[in-house]
Design a binder for this molecule. Structure first.
Ligand code: M1P
Length: 249
């Protein structure tokens, strides 16, 4: 039986900095472009955040509008609106190692001299933990200020180096995905994890658009994966320009 054209290719998108500005809502022009793109290919997103945060950015169309939704790098996976898989970080690592990670993180942040600290320094998600030196419940302005400071001072890069030393042998990856935090998950549970949910569909081409494609960024592994055609973007506007050119939409 001939496979309809739309089912031959899938285009996956990172969320923050690719589909939307970091932590902000998707723009109508992007929705319009994706609607046109969907007529030609399957579409999906793969982001580090959990589904609740992605709903704040991509709206209720998160699952359903996208053919595939992969929050937390695909550790939670939806086909349309159906949940098809969930993988637990806590079960994988175990309570003892998890406790060591939390204790180390809280001590490290307590000793860190940065201008302001807020709350939620460690967030346990289904498939990973997310740690933030300023704390996840900072305001948007505080987030931008931290991000500027981090660019100047390499706060998160130093923290990642420390984690790598202290937790050598734990089999963990430490990945800088957004503006204020670090994602921690078992090696291999990066964005390439979502590809296992796609194998059965035998796509001829899997495209990925992302902005954090340099080493240490959370798009690096999937961008460089042998089964994936990677596209590096600098902003949602750049994503729209490249998608439009490449797919003629
Ligand atoms: O989508 C990228 C990242 O978005 C958030 O990062 P931050 O809050 O640091 O900007 C987090 O949800 C992170 O897990 C995710 O990788």
């Amino acid at each position: 039986m001939a496979i309809p054209d739309r089912n031959k290719k899938i285009v996956l998108f990172d969320v923050d900095g690719t589909l939307t500005p970091s932590r902000l809502l998707i723009k109508q022009e992007m929705v319009d472009l994706l609607t046109r793109l969907k007529e030609k290919v399957m579409i999906g997103f793969v982001g580090g955040s959990n589904i609740e945060k992605q709903k704040e950015q991509v709206g209720d169309m998160t699952c359903g509008f996208f053919d595939f939704s992969f929050p937390e790098n695909g550790l939670t996976a939806y086909k349309g609106t159906s949940l098809i898989s969930e993988t637990s970080f806590l079960q994988n690592i175990g309570e003892e190692k998890y406790k060591h990670l939390v204790n180390f993180t809280l001590r490290y942040i307590a000793d860190l001299d940065i201008p302001i600290k807020r709350g939620t320094f460690v967030e346990l998600r289904k498939g990973m933990i997310n740690v933030s030196p300023i704390g996840r419940n900072c305001t948007y302005e505080e987030r931008l200020e931290f991000s500027r400071l981090d660019d100047e001072m390499g706060i998160r890069n130093r923290m990642v180096e420390e984690y790598k030393k202290v937790f050598e042998g734990y089999g963990l990856s430490f990945s800088i995905g957004g503006q204020i935090s670090i994602d921690i998950f078992p090696i291999g549970w990066d964005k390439t994890f979502c590809l296992r949910h796609l194998h059965q569909y035998n796509f001829e081409e899997i495209h990925f658009f992302g902005d954090k494609t340099n080493e240490g960024g959370n798009d690096f592994e999937i961008f460089n994966h042998k089964e994936v055609i990677g596209h590096r973007v600098t902003s949602p506007e750049d994503t729209m320009r490249q998608v439009s050119e490449l797919f003629g939409v």
